[in-house]
Design a protein around this ligand. Sequence first.
Ligand code: HEM
Ligand code: HEM
Length: 130
Amino acid sequence: MSISSLFFKGAVLWFVAGTSVGMQMGLSGNHNFIDAHAHLNLLGWVSSALFGCFYKLHPIIAAKRRTWVHFTLYNAGLALMLPSLYLVQAGYEWAEPLMQIGSTLTWAGVIVFAILVVTAPGLGKNGVGI
Ligand code: HEM
Ligand code: HEM
């Protein structure tokens, strides 16, 4: 499966989780989970969908093996960070170190993406640019 499709599949799963927490807050009237909801939707759904769009627009970059490092670090980080953030907001403070490790992994994934974009040869030329 292409890296672009993988990011979109991940994005949709995070979207379901993010909107579910939104529904939970809306229906219960307990808005304690704003941070978990915001980051499930913005890091999970929106940013992953943007990565998917970017890789679809740039097949030369998408063909690089390091995109898998980006995908794995980013999503493994989110899988640790976001449920832990939810637990922290539910009052389980023991989950805080897990949240910190997860967010560090996610951030490392962002750095790998940034390096891929900045070092891409010919970005903007020969029809591969935005
Ligand atoms: C079924 C869909 C959704 C529901 C039911 C929902 C519900 C909510 C609720 C109840 C709050 C708390 C509001 C407050 O206490 O001030 C909230 C906040 C928020 N939502 Fe959603 N939401 C949904 C989708 C989304 C999506 C798709 C995004 C982003 C792409 C998003 C981004 C945010 C953000 C950033 C906040 C925090 C705003 C702040 O910092 O005050 N939500 N949402
Ligand atoms: C590893 C990445 C990220 C980390 C560690 C992070 C961390 C944080 C922290 C610590 C806060 C303050 C929460 C509070 O005071 O309760 C926050 C708030 C916020 N962040 Fe992030 N953030 C990240 C990525 C993003 C991204 C990519 C977006 C948008 C695309 C975003 C949107 C927001 C918004 C809208 C708020 C305010 C709403 C809220 O209180 O939840 N964040 N973030």
